[in-house]
Design a protein around this ligand. Structure first.
Ligand code: FDA
Length: 511
């Protein structure tokens, strides 16, 4: 046999035996297959987890039917494999395709399960987890110019991981998180059963809408509410350097951004720029659900300091605005949203924070100084308020609603794959995160699970997860909702089969 390890043989035999139909396309790729590497790499976005020493799966299964998922679970359980679940592969720590703790594992890659069915009369859609948010945006826009979906800004993010962790983008202030708009789902549980909302019950349905990927089972499809968008939306970007008053303007935004009209989303990216003199550049990237004339009124009333002029703005359809915020060159056709290739790959690292009280100006000046010490950091500040402040913090696992002004994402990417380069950037980010302590949320120091950060803490191993150990990062991601997540986990997966470095530990007795 080409499979030298008898355990592999048995596992693969088990999978093949469960699939009597031999005419179907290949869906199991072992390390001996010539296209194993290309399948593995196809959606790896963070090159830090695509090196020769990165632990690799024994096999990659790309299920063509839900029954392939059921047999992967059952054969994995029988032969002692762990499963990593991959939808779009954007996990910051690569947890959908590698295992930092060296357990034997297989990857279940859902990329062939990406059907999208739109019911425009009832303004809903069923979308399978392997679709990207860009594909969903594209097909919704083909159905109606007045429908949209509120999810992330990067079109190649996968539905499966994104909805599992919450998901926010340019309509978050109007319609909340992607997960807030889920009304039904289908999950394959640890016993291989396919459960919809009614069959899974409200506790599990609550947990999968933001409690982080993997812990509870494999969500194969989601029913979402589509939302109304006007025929035309307006977009603009205004950029200021320190000399041009960036600090004052950013400071004003801290007070006003979360309180502006729900139709307006204006997030900041703060770059440390090398061109000419090094400086900080703050860019206000904005989308308004309405015409330029209405936008001008809104800004005049709510944020005149921005100095917005009509000539800074453009009107376009909602789906075109998705392209405006993404990496595609100006003038690209919306067809690129169906292009599943992730954006140019690089080595990257991210962390997150939440701000409840505006950071004082002296604090901002300190932050700019720290950014100027590093090559190419970006701080992305995403406003909350609006609908986010109207949803209770217990309604879904995402706890940071009322009283949270904005989220900060620290993000850095680089092209040099050496360990030294990685260490330099990672340690800069740890430093700024530490330095930020006085300025950001405390008790808990909040973080966003979709910007996964293993520095917050990890489970020790699958057989010995500890609820109290996991509180280190669990409370950061979910605050008071963490306990309920752990109890749901204890009810649906008490043996902790769906385990990863930051999966929810099962809480069975009251620890
Ligand atoms: P991936 O497949 O890596 O899965 C992520 C996690 O979910 C893994 O733990 C995985 O095992 C689990 N999982 C995946 N599919 C599952 C399923 N079907 N059932 C159960 N568990 C599953 N976020 C945001 O809110 N707004 C934004 O605008 C952006 N933008 C953005 C840009 C870029 C370039 C990156 C790299 C990331 C973002 N994100 C984001 C973060 C993004 O939401 C987050 O990484 C998602 O978890 C990615 O989902 P994928 O399916 O792509 O990842």
């Amino acid at each position: 046999s080409i499979h030298s390890n008898p355990m592999n043989d048995n596992f693969l035999q088990c999978l093949q035996d469960s699939q009597p139909n031999t005419t179907q396309p290949q869906f199991i790729f072992t390390q001996e297959d010539t296209n194993y590497s290309s399948v593995l790499q196809s959606t790896i976005v963070n090159l830090r987890y695509s090196t020769p020493t990165t632990p690799k799966p024994t096999a990659i299964i790309t299920p063509l039917t839900y029954s392939h998922i059921q047999s992967t679970i059952l054969c994995s359980k029988t032969f002692g494999y762990r499963i990593r679940i991959r939808s779009g592969g954007h996990d910051y720590a690569g947890l959908s395709y590698t295992s930092h703790d060296q357990l034997p594992f297989v990857v279940l890659d859902l990329k062939e399960l990406r059907k999208i069915t739109i019911q425009s009369a009832e303004k809903t859609a069923w979308v399978e987890s392997g679709a990207t948010v860009g594909e969903l945006y594209y097909w919704v826009s083909q159905e109606s110019r007045n429908l949209g979906f509120p999810a992330g800004i990067c079109p190649t993010v996968g539905i499966g991981g994104h909805l599992s962790g919450g998901g926010f983008g340019a309509m978050v202030r109007k319609y909340g998180l992607a997960a807030d708009n889920v009304v039904d789902a289908k999950i394959v549980d640890v016993n291989g059963r396919i459960l919809d909302r009614e069959a899974m019950g409200e506790d599990l349905f609550w947990a999968i809408r933001g409690g982080g990927g993997t812990s509870f089972g494999i969500v194969v499809a989601w029913k979402v509410n589509l939302v109304e968008v006007p025929e035309k939306v307006s977009v603009f970007s205004i950029s200021k350097t320190l000399d041009q008053g960036a600090t004052d303007l950013f400071n004003t935004w801290q007070y006003k951004g979360h309180g502006l009209s729900k139709d307006l989303f204006s997030y900041n990216t703060t770059h440390s720029r090398r061109a000419g003199n090094r400086t900080i550049q703050v860019i206000f990237n904005s989308m308004f659900l309405g015409s330029i004339a209405e936008l001008m009124e809104t800004i005049k009333d709510g944020f005149p300091e921005l100095g917005l002029e009509e000539k800074d703005c453009s009107e376009m359809s909602w789906v075109e605005s998705v392209l405006y915020f993404s990496i595609y060159p100006a003038g690209s056709s919306i067809d690129v949203l169906r292009d599943r290739q992730p954006e140019p790959r690089s080595y990257f690292n991210g962390k997150s924070d939440y701000v409840k009280d505006p950071i004082p100006k002296e604090g901002l000046e300190e932050i700019w100084k720290w950014c100027l010490e590093e090559d190419n950091p970006i701080l992305i500040m995403e406003p909350h308020g609006g609908q986010m402040a109207e949803i209770e913090g217990t309604e879904t696992p995402y706890a940071y609603r009322k009283g949270y002004l904005y989220n900060i994402q620290y993000f850095e990417k680089w092209d040099d794959g050496s360990n030294e380069a990685s260490e330099k950037h990672v340690s800069w980010m740890r430093r700024i995160h530490e330095n930020m302590t006085p300025y950001v949320s405390k008790n808990p120091r909040a973080a966003y699970v979709n910007y996964r950060d293993l520095d917050l803490g990890t489970n020790d191993d699958a057989d010995n997860t500890s609820y109290s150990e996991a509180m280190k990062w669990g409370i950061s991601y979910f605050n008071g909702n963490f306990r309920r997540l752990a109890m749901v986990k204890g009810a649906v997966d008490p043996d902790n089969f769906f385990y990863h470095e930051q999966s929810i530990p099962p809480l069975i007795s009251s620890e």
